[in-house]
Design a binder for this molecule. Structure first.
Ligand code: SF4
Ligand code: SF4
Length: 168
């Protein structure tokens, strides 16, 4: 993950609220076979304990997962699976690209290409969800989580209408 947008938006801080909102609304991201966030992050942060645990697999320690020259995480396999899925870092477990849908309009132009790609991906995923009538309850839950996190952490409420517009 690029560190710049994290610092600019303070996502590491309000991401915790996003995750809490997700859990409260039972709205985990429907990744399916998508692996975009495993392929476009520059750095995936590790806690010291995670770094120690992964040391034997990576051959070195550090504050982030190493990545290949093409931007892929070194643990992403050719078939799209994660080689360390059961012990993947917390950042991987908690990441949800839909959080970028809550970024205020005025900040979108400052987003890096990587974050824009994640936001576009999220919009596309939501569109897929909304095309399925049976998933409308799920979409409602996600919208509720988004409005909650934007109000709580950005201090700039985003309306459900805006979120829905971005999802189409
Ligand atoms: S980019 Fe979004 S949908 Fe794709 S794997 Fe990551 S969190 Fe899931
Ligand atoms: S550790 Fe696994 S889940 Fe995390 S970015 Fe790498 S391949 Fe993806």
């Amino acid at each position: 993950m690029s560190t710049e947008p994290l610092q600019v938006f303070g996502i590491s801080s309000w991401h915790r609220h996003w995750v809490a909102g997700q859990r409260a609304h039972e709205a985990r991201v429907p990744c399916g076979t998508c692996t975009l966030c495993c392929r476009c992050w520059d750095e995936i942060p590790l806690t010291p304990a995670e770094a120690r645990r992964l040391e034997h697999r990576q051959g070195k320690t550090g504050p982030a997962l190493p990545h290949k020259d093409n931007g892929e995480c070194v643990h992403l396999q050719i078939d799209g699976r994660c080689a360390i899925y059961d012990t993947r870092p917390n950042a991987c477990r908690l990441f949800d690209c839909r959080v970028y849908l809550a970024v205020p309009e005025r900040l979108i132009s400052t987003m890096t290409p990587t974050v824009r790609a994640l936001q576009a991906n999220a919009a596309s995923k939501f569109a897929l969800v909304l095309k399925e009538p049976s998933d409308h309850t799920f979409a409602d839950r996600v919208t509720a989580a988004l409005t909650e996190v934007s109000r709580e952490r950005i201090g700039e409420p985003i309306s459900a209408t805006t979120v829905l517009r971005r999802m189409r």
